[in-house]
Each structure stands twice: as structure tokens, then as C-alpha cells.
Design a protein around this ligand. Structure first.
Ligand code: ADP
Ligand code: MG
Length: 709
């Protein structure tokens, strides 16, 4: 029984699950690992799919190599000794029989399965002396007194059965799908009627949504698919609304309460820079610059995302924004994810800034102590106007005299807390974050929902699309011959070796070996160098400078050059073991070429055989150079969770809604959230309602942690 005295309100959203009948400490410990701490979490532990009669295949209709679900009774089962011991089970459903085989945890299965039990089994059908499934997914449907379903109920009424996600550890403590079904069924029967709504009931009925209580009951044990759909809609809306409301709330709070800096002047120095630029800004660049400056003039802090495909020219925009900050008497800081990129920005900016009398410095981890001290002092007393650096600039020892603008380059490479640390070094400084990872609008409304977005949607004129192809290794020789011909024509080339494992050491080994082979072989007469992350700063510096100036013709590298590096004369990018790279990475790497007026090439070499997903990635690269399309395919392949590591963004995880497929619902939730958060009275009423709610508490805590920095 639920120990009532532990619970003083219902829904007991905030009460630990360990006080529930049938849970206890041991199970509670395992549940925490899948994010279920409270009774509210357990009620919101949604099924991952549903079984009903319409998606069950009779065994006689199973097709070889196709995945299907059968519902069948165990006839015989047991361990078979032999060359390779196995657990074998024969099941039948009246239409035929099927073998199921497991090669691991034999004792565990031996204990678990008994003839007569009714199971739902899902897997790919194979053939081995008869139809067979190896390591099928299964769900125990057997009737026993505690099961919410009896065999008759299932087989004759066609009830929809929820299938819950489980882990091996959870199964060991009895919480397989069936265990969850039992616990949640009991929980809802006992307490379901006491669940109050998480959103104001008027609001819910205005939007034609199911009340929360009904939605929770129906998401677990729906009577029909129509009911299930309604429940899903309500719960998805709720999740998206909570997220957007917090984003809206934060945005309006910043607007209304935080006082920011007014950068009113755009004067001589900015003008001088425009005159010095060797090119005209594109229309897109002018537009975003206008948007950024309009923000900087306002008396509240800017929180703006600058999005633009690889090579679209974001860097110069950052530079101009920083000059505006300096002209108005403030300091500016730019943080980049790698030393190579920070150094490159530093060198480019210094060329422009020296003539303007603006003091710019570089701060990276590898500097000597005396040099570092000197920079820190200059930042503190204000003689240094602009600092470019890696995460070294967020170290505690770094303090500014008057930090007014913070720019984060390639922001997706930074964690949320790192970004926050930099903004905290100023007093509500303006913030500009830049990214080359274009994401579909609906997704950006969740990840960047409280930022204003500026988009550069064109490349500088005169760029030719990069010719891209992929080949298996047997064509390597031809490929390198081609590289040679490009070098002979005065161009430069990159050869990139991949991350072999999550270890920089092995990573380096593949690049080193590849480098040695090329240097002693086909490129023996060329100037080339190896670049990797473990080199000393000065070495890296020297190599990049030599490559930039054209002294080096071929640069062999690990993925350290993935982001940002800008050498317009480089026209060939060869990617070894390209099948190992993600799409976004491939696109970034390709973006290192095609930065000048010459025709550029990207050639990806794959090691046979490759997976279907890898094939899709390589093909996508050859079919388009549009970063937006590439991001969409990437998202489809990986799903939003992985695509945007939610931990990194400090985003609350979405349990049921998917911003891609539920875009209509998302837009509706966002409209409502911003409408309410923008109206003082409505906002207060909503907050008051939400604050009473225990379901909402854990959500609120997660969102509290979400900071753009
Ligand atoms: P990214 O947006 O990927 O950071 P960069 O800012 O590094 O791109 O710009 C890519 C290259 O294009 C650089 O060599 C830069 O000098 C050049 N560039 C930027 N803006 C223009 C422009 N308007 N016209 C021509 N070249 C430009
Ligand atoms: Mg860049």
C-alpha cells in the first residue's frame, strides 16, 4: 500500500516512487536510472508502443527477413548444450510454430519462461530448420491474478496493450514491460481519479484538449486508438507548452527587467573598416548586421543567434559588432571551440584592427605564464579592447574592466554552462551566438526558442558549388593523382583522417600512418605537414601560417580542422574513412574548401563494406551542398535527441512530443505560451496555477537550469 502519511497532496507528483506498493527501495534505485523518481514520473512513463490485434501476424504468415510481432504460447523451452549453448523455445499460436533462440543469459531465461505462458514476440524472422527468431523482443502477456489482462481479454476483446520501455537491470527487478503494466495499472486504479489537471481547466477546454487525468489514463490503457490519439495530443501539447512557456517567460523577463547596455554610436572606426574590406558585404550580411545593431542600441541585453551555412561569412559580422562595442567604450570577447580557430580569428582580426588603433589579444590555454599575466592585466585595466580565445577566457582568473559584448563562435560546440560563465563576466552584456548548423525552424523554436534569430541565407557571390563524390578504397590511387594535379595547378589540399575511437591516441595513429604513407609515396616531392590536436600551440601556429601563406601544399590532419578554418586557396578536401563521419561533420569539413573563386572538390573515401545509414550520408553529401537539407537528413537519421544532445543544451528532454513531426502542435503551443507570457495578468494567473502543481515542479527545475549564456 501507498504509505499515505508520506503524502499530503494529490497528485503526489513529487513523492518518491519507493513508497508505492510493489516498488520499494531496490526497484526505486533502478527506476531513478531511467529518470523515474517520483510518482508523477511513473505516471508519465509512457508506453513506447502498443499491441493490438491489427498489428499481430499469425505465425503461418511470417515472411523470412521481415520484422513482425506474433502472440503465441510456449510449448516447450530449455537450454540446449552443444558447441554453442543456447536457450531454445518453441511457441505456437494455432496457425503454426516458431523457434526462438537466445545465446546469452541462458540461466536467466530458464528461470523466466515456462510452458503455457502467453507471449508477444517481435523480431526478424529467419530460417533454421523452420521459422526462427533470434533474440526477439518479447512481452509477457500471461494471465495471472495480478495481470491487468487475462488471456481471454486479450485474445477476444482485442484490447490495446501498452508496451513499456525497459532495461536489462529493470527486468531483473521484475520491471519488464509486463511489470510496468501491472504497477502502473494498479497506480491508476488506486489513485487515477485524484489526478488534477496540470493546466488551468478553462484553458484546456478552450483548446479542445482532453483533461490531464483522462489523458494519463488513456495513454496507458486506451479503449480505442481514437482515445489514444487524443491522449497523445493532449500530453504532447502540454510538454511543448511547458517548454515554450518557460522560454517565453524568460524572454519577457529579460525584456522587462534586465537593464542592458545602449550601444548608440556607429562611428569612424566602423566606417574605416568597411572601407578596408576587400569585398562588399552580401545583402544577407547587411540585413543581419542591421538586426544586430538595432538590438545593440536597445536598453535591454541582446540574445541573438546568428545562423548561416558554412562559408556564408559570419566572422566579419562578429568583427563589426565587436568594433561597435569598442567604439562605445566597452570591451568585447569572442570564444571559439578550438585553439586553431581562435588563432585564425585573431590573425584575421588583427590585420583589420591594428590600423584602427584597437587593441586585440589572444588568450589560449597553452600560453606562458608571464604572457598570460600580461593579458589578464590588460583586460582588467581596460587597455585590451578585444579578446579572442578558447574556453581559456572563461577561467576564473579572467576579469574584464567593462565587458559589453560576448560572441560565441560555433556555439553548438560549447556546453550551456560554459556560455553562461562568459556572460557572467560582464554586467548583462549583449550576446551573439553563431552557428553553422542550420536546423529546421520548428526545432530551433525549442532549442533556441528564447533567442532572436538572424539568418545569413546566401553565400558570397562568385562561389562555385563544390563538386563532391565518394569512392571505395580501391580508387584511392586515382584520387591522389587528382589531388596531385590540383596541387600542380597551384591549389592546396586537405587530407583528413577520422576519429577511430573515442581516443585521441588512436585517432592520431591513423593520421600519422596515413601521413607517412603519403609523404614517402605519391606526395614525396610536395610540401606537406601533419596537424593534430596534441601539438604545441606554436607548432600548430607555424603549420597553419605556412599553409595559409601557401608554403605548404598539402595538409594532413585529424578532425581538428573541422570547424572554421579558412584558407581560400585550398580547393581539395579528401576525407579518409568517410563512412565513420556524421553528416554535419562531413558538411563542416567540406566547408573548408570552396571559399575562394576556384572550383573546389570534396572526395570521400569509404572502406568497404558500409552500413545503409553511411551510404545515405555519403549520397546526401554528393546530392546537395545546402546545409539546411543536410541537417534535415541528419535529423531523420539520428532523431532530434541525438542530433542536439539535449544535455549540452540544457534542454528538458521531450518524452512524447517530437518537434519535427508535431510541428503544428508546437506552433500552437508556442503561440499560446508567448501570448500568455506577454500579458502580465495572464502570466501571473498561469504561474500561480503551475506553481501549485507537483507534476510541474520537476519540469520547472529542469528548465531553470537552461541558460543560454
Ligand atoms: P563562416 O560563416 O563559415 O564562419 P567565414 O566568416 O569564415 O565563414 O567566411 C568565409 C570566407 O568568405 C572568408 O574567407 C571570408 O573572408 C569570405 N567572405 C566573407 N564575406 C564575404 C563577402 N561578402 N564577399 C566575399 N567574401 C566574403
Ligand atoms: Mg566560422
Amino acid at each position: 500500500m501507498l504509505k499515505e502519511h508520506k503524502i499530503n497532496s494529490f497528485p503526489p507528483g513529487g513523492t518518491s516512487v519507493q513508497y508505492l506498493k510493489g516498488i520499494g527501495e531496490k526497484r526505486a534505485r533502478e527506476l531513478v536510472k531511467v529518470g523515474v523518481e517520483t510518482i508523477g514520473d511513473l505516471m508519465q512513463y509512457y508506453p513506447r508502443r502498443y499491441l493490438d490485434r491489427s498489428n499481430i501476424t499469425p505465425i503461418k504468415d511470417l515472411k523470412i527477413d521481415e520484422t513482425a510481432t506474433v502472440v503465441a504460447t510456449i510449448q516447450t523451452c530449455g537450454i540446449q548444450k552443444g558447441k554453442r549453448a543456447r536457450f531454445v523455445m518453441i511457441v505456437t499460436d494455432g496457425s503454426g510454430s516458431l523457434n526462438c533462440v537466445w545465446f546469452n543469459m541462458l540461466q536467466f531465461w530458464q528461470k523466466k519462461f515456462k510452458p503455457g505462458q502467453l507471449l508477444a514476440l517481435s523480431g526478424k524472422t529467419g530460417y533454421f530448420g523452420g521459422k526462427q527468431m533470434v533474440h526477439p523482443d518479447f512481452d509477457m502477456l500471461s494471465d495471472d491474478e495480478e495481470s491487468p489482462y487475462s488471456r481471454d481479454e486479450f485474445l477476444h476483446t482485442g484490447k490495446i496493450i501498452p508496451i513499456y520501455p525497459s532495461t536489462e537491470a529493470l527486468s531483473h527487478v521484475g520491471l519488464d514491460s509486463r511489470g510496468f503494466r501491472r504497477v502502473i495499472h494498479w497506480l491508476l486504479r488506486q489513485y487515477g481519479d485524484k489526478i488534477t489537471d496540470t493546466l488551468p481547466p478553462d484553458f484546456v477546454s478552450q483548446l479542445n484538449l482532453l483533461p490531464f487525468q483522462l489523458a494519463i489514463k488513456n495513454i496507458h490503457f486506451p479503449e480505442s486508438f481514437h482515445q489514444l490519439k487524443q491522449a497523445q495530443t493532449r500530453l504532447k501539447f502540454e510538454e511543448l507548452f511547458m517548454l515554450e512557456f518557460m522560454l517565453a517567460f524568460r524572454k519577457h523577463t529579460i525584456l522587462q527587467t534586465q537593464k542592458g547596455i545602449v550601444f548608440s554610436k556607429v562611428g569612424e572606426q566602423t566606417k574605416q573598416l568597411s572601407e578596408k574590406l576587400p569585398f562588399d558585404l552580401t545583402a544577407s550580411q547587411k540585413k543581419v548586421l542591421y538586426e544586430i545593431h538595432a538590438d545593440m542600441k536597445k536598453p535591454h541585453p541582446m540574445y541573438r543567434l546568428l545562423q548561416g551555412d558554412v562559408g556564408s561569412g559570419k566572422t566579419i559580422i562578429a568583427l563589426i559588432a565587436m568594433i561597435i562595442a569598442v567604439e562605445n567604450g566597452y570591451q568585447a570577447a569572442l570564444m571559439a571551440p578550438t585553439e586553431i580557430l581562435a588563432e585564425q580569428h585573431f590573425l584575421t582580426f588583427r590585420c583589420y584592427l591594428e590600423a584602427l588603433g584597437i587593441d586585440i589579444r589572444l588568450l589560449i590555454g597553452a600560453q606562458r605564464k608571464a604572457e598570460r599575466e600580461e593579458i589578464l592585466t590588460a583586460l582588467q585595466n581596460g587597455t585590451c579592447n578585444i579578446i579572442i580565445g578558447t574556453h581559456a577566457v572563461i577561467q576564473q582568473a579572467v576579469s574584464f574592466q567593462k565587458l559589453g559584448l560576448v560572441v560565441i563562435d560555433e556555439q553548438h560546440r560549447f556546453g550551456v554552462s560554459q556560455r553562461a560563465l562568459l556572460t557572467e563576466k560582464g554586467l548583462n552584456p549583449d550576446v551573439l551566438v553563431m552557428t553553422a548548423t542550420p536546423i529546421p525552424r520548428t526545432l530551433s523554436l525549442t532549442v533556441y526558442g528564447d533567442l532572436d534569430v538572424s539568418i545569413i541565407d546566401e553565400l558570397p557571390s562568385g562561389r562555385k558549388p563544390i563538386i563532391t563524390s565518394w569512392r571505395y578504397e580501391n580508387k584511392r590511387e586515382d584520387i591522389y593523382k587528382f589531388v596531385k594535379s590540383q596541387v600542380a595547378a597551384g591549389r592546396q589540399a586537405y587530407v583528413v583522417f577520422p576519429l577511430i575511437e573515442e581516443s585521441e591516441k588512436l585517432d592520431l595513429k591513423s593520421a600519422t600512418e596515413g601521413y607517412e604513407k603519403l609523404r614517402s609515396g605519391i606526395f614525396a616531392d610536395k610540401q606537406m605537414a601533419l596537424l593534430h590536436g596534441r601539438m604545441k600551440s606554436e607548432e600548430k601556429d607555424a603549420i597553419m601560417t605556412a599553409f595559409k601563406s601557401g608554403d605548404l601544399q598539402i595538409l594532413v590532419s585529424t578532425t581538428v580542422i573541422e570547424v572554421g578554418v579558412d584558407v581560400p586557396n585550398a580547393t581539395v578536401m579528401v576525407i579518409e574513412n568517410a563512412e565513420r563521419f556524421g553528416l554535419t561533420q562531413l558538411h563542416q569539413l567540406r566547408g573548408r574548401v570552396g571559399r575562394g573563386g576556384e572550383q573546389s572538390y570534396c572526395i570521400m573515401i569509404a572502406k568497404y563494406p558500409i552500413t545503409e545509414d553511411a551510404m545515405t550520408r555519403l549520397k546526401t553529401m554528393t546530392e546537395t551542398t545546402d546545409g539546411f537539407k543536410i541537417a534535415e537528413v541528419d535529423l531523420q537519421l539520428r532523431g532530434p535527441g541525438e542530433f542536439f544532445g539535449s544535455r549540452q543544451h540544457g534542454m528538458p528532454e521531450l518524452k512524447i512530443a517530437n518537434p519535427l513531426t508535431d510541428s503544428k502542435l508546437l506552433l500552437k503551443a508556442r503561440d499560446e505560451a508567448f501570448r500568455i507570457a506577454g500579458d502580465l495578468k495572464l502570466k501571473d494567473e498561469m504561474l500561480h496555477y503551475l506553481n501549485q502543481n507537483t507534476f510541474y515542479q520537476s519540469y520547472k527545475n529542469k528548465i531553470e537550469m537552461m541558460r543560454i549564456g
